[in-house]
Design a protein around this ligand. Structure first.
Ligand SMILES: *[C@@H]1O[C@H](CO)[C@@H](O)[C@H](O)[C@H]1NC(C)=O
Length: 297
């Protein structure tokens, strides 16, 4: 009886609150997942630049989980100054590779991208890449060609497969301050620099807030662009990351980014899917998948 009256009281209270404030009480989902599908065309483009830009915008606007590759190419602000790729800022996970090329934009605002899983990689001359940034302006002094200055990836903590490639980015700054070894597990040279990989004349430095152990690492000028460096120095018998490099504190192989303990429920983020509080390689047969979540019917 007591429980029941307590329920009524709560119910009444909510009703009064609802009546007074005049707003509906709704379930607020803190993290809304929106899934979208990537592409597999490389530097290809069909139709004209306007159609191509519009189709990129429609495909990725509000998307948080890209199933497949994120290919952002042929966006040239010198052709049409109203091209705006800020829609990229909603993306948190890409399951394939990320290809950024043939662009004429000043920044790539992938500010919430945490994980590039690179289930499929981009192949350049026999080498597999999870992230490729190339051809982001012509060298020269044409004032309309501003060129890519900042690759804004402050949330990026892991590229699970493949290396990173840069070429022909004559105005790009800051990427040489990044500790790529902490992002790319492949420790035999995580990054490859082709010709004009980045600008040699960057005058601006990272914000002083980015300094860790006397080294400044950042993705751009602002203090929100500091690199968060995760330790990559694990015991060699750890399959992935570790939570303590002094004891043999290996993360579970189902973890991405990092963990707080050894089990598949201690992951900071799941590599593949989350089922309850565990990270799993695939969802149970009767579950629906949304982004990286398994949802039971
Ligand atoms: C420039 O791009 C915008 C956005 O896609 C489009 O609406 C507009 O028609 C384009 N302008 C020209 C001159 O192509």
């Amino acid at each position: 009886m007591e429980d029941f009256s307590g329920f009524l009281c709560l119910f009444t209270f909510l009703c009064v609150l609802n009546f007074l404030s005049g707003v509906e009480i709704v379930n607020v989902e803190s993290e809304v997942t929106k899934e979208c599908y990537g592409t597999h065309v490389g530097f290809g483009m069909s139709g004209n630049q306007d159609d191509h830009y519009e189709s990129l915008r429609r495909r990725f606007k509000d998307c948080t989980h890209v199933e497949g590759n994120l290919e952002i190419t042929h966006v040239d602000k010198a052709i049409n100054s109203s091209y705006d790729i800020s829609f990229l800022s909603s993306i948190k996970v890409v399951t394939g590779y990320v290809l950024l090329g043939l662009l004429e934009v000043q920044t790539i605002p992938l500010i919430n991208l945490r994980l590039i899983r690179a289930d499929s990689t981009y192949n350049i001359m026999g080498e597999e890449y999870g992230l490729v940034v190339a051809l982001t302006s012509e060298a020269g002094n044409d004032p309309k060609r501003v060129g890519l200055r900042e690759l804004q990836l402050p949330s990026l903590l892991e590229i699970s497969k493949g290396k990173v490639f840069f070429a022909q980015n004559p105005h790009l700054c800051y990427i040489d301050t990044i500790d790529w070894g902490s992002i790319v597990p492949d420790n035999e040279g995580p990054v490859k620099y082709g010709e004009l990989a980045y600008s040699e004349n960057c005058e601006k430095k990272c914000d002083t807030e980015c300094e860790v152990d006397g080294v400044n690492r950042c993705w751009g000028e602002s203090r929100f662009m500091c690199q968060t460096v995760r330790s990559s120095h694990c015991h060699s018998s750890c399959p992935g990351r570790c939570y303590d490099s002094y004891i043999l504190g290996c993360c579970h192989p189902e973890c991405a980014i990092g963990c707080y303990g050894p089990s598949d429920s201690d992951c900071e983020m799941c590599k593949y899917f989350q089922f309850g509080d565990r990270c799993v390689p695939s969802c149970p047969a009767n579950a629906r998948r949304l982004g990286q979540e398994c949802i039971m019917p």
